[in-house]
Ligand binder design. Structure first.
Ligand code: GYE
Length: 324
């Protein structure tokens, strides 16, 4: 008993010595057998979110987590309240997927003030206000600008028409993937005179809203021949709207998006969708590994970057069985 307490103390001191001034400001994490871990999910209305929550649940036992999860049902305010209640319950570590870039910042600050190391997972917050290594430990996730850029480049290489008339379905307004996926794609397209984004509107990353927004935008822009959706759920919604209007996605409209869900891979196999750049929801193992490194006194890089694959007709069938 006594011996292990001394060992923990030595490790904690070691952590401060190795970590340097910025990281030393962050709440430390002691090495122990079990941790009370908070994962306040933002919503559970799509396969991506469900797969992510399941990944945390599947990781819990092996990583020694007593996992507390909540579902904010699409409300940033509820997600803030969920974090507050986790702080009150005395969690040791917080893995937070912030629904939007700004509203979750007070929750990040309160977790830090309460001495709880926080890792942002899958989405980030406004870097002008809250910073990795200072207010939270690190962001674990994909490069969303690059995802948008890769979709644009694939589209340029594979679009067979002369003039691209593009409708863009944006993700949740104010979320980091929506902001960055738009930037990555739009910046590339802006360099090509034959490509015009005629409308860009939010579908809140949801299949249903994606379909509704696509129905409306189709009326105003019947000549559309490219649809770029910020996630697969909205792409599937757009395909439904196009088919309902008598269009032939994959033939007269090129549909491109991001994530790599089972339905999207199936749509690619069926010839209705061109590409989806991967954005993996399986964060559990990476969260476990990063937390252990932090508890071990390692300095964590501000952005623990996830590498994304790309799925097209070339490989969709090889990956559909592992999809969600
Ligand atoms: O692409 C989308 C989900 O934050 C990376 O959020 C994530 C995105 C993902 O709802 O489908």
């Amino acid at each position: 008993m006594k011996k292990s307490a001394i060992r923990f103390a030595a490790l904690a001191v070691g952590a401060l010595a190795v970590a340097g001034p910025a990281a030393a400001d962050l709440p430390p994490l002691e090495m122990k057998e079990r941790y009370k871990v908070g994962f306040p999910q933002m919503e559970s209305n799509n396969p991506w979110r469900i797969a992510e929550t399941k990944s945390f649940e599947d990781t819990a036992e092996g990583c020694g987590w007593d996992l507390v999860t909540t579902d904010a049902a699409g409300s940033a305010a509820k997600q803030v309240a969920d974090v507050d209640s986790m702080i009150a319950q005395g969690i040791d570590v917080l893995f937070l997927p912030p629904r939007e870039e700004k509203p979750l910042i007070p929750a990040v600050m309160r977790a830090r003030a309460a001495g709880i190391p926080t890792f942002l997972v899958d989405r980030s917050v406004d870097p002008n206000v809250a910073r990795a290594g200072e207010h939270y430990v690190a962001f674990l996730g994909s490069d969303f600008v690059d995802q948008g850029r890769r979709v644009a480049e694939w589209t340029l290489a594979n679009f067979e028409g002369e003039e691209g008339i593009i409708i863009e379905l944006e993700g949740t307004t104010g979320s980091s993937p929506a902001n960055d996926r738009r930037k990555g794609f739009d910046d590339v397209m802006a360099m090509h005179d034959n490509m015009t984004i005629v409308a860009s509107q939010t579908g809140d990353f949801s299949r249903d809203l994606g379909r509704q927004v696509m129905e409306t935008l189709l009326q105003a822009h019947p000549d559309v021949n490219i649809v770029y959706a910020h996630n697969d759920e909205m792409a599937i919604g757009a395909i439904q709207a196009l088919e309902l209007a008598g269009r032939k996605p994959g033939e007269d409209v090129l549909v491109v998006s991001i994530d790599g869900t089972r339905d999207a891979l199936q749509a690619i196999i069926d010839g209705k969708m061109g590409v989806t750049v991967e954005s993996s929801p399986f964060f559990g193992p990476l969260a476990c590994e990063t937390m252990k490194r932090y508890a071990n006194g390692e300095e964590i890089e501000p952005w623990v970057k996830v590498e994304d694959r790309i799925f097209t007709i070339e490989n969709a069938a090889d990956h559909i069985d592992e999809a969600y």
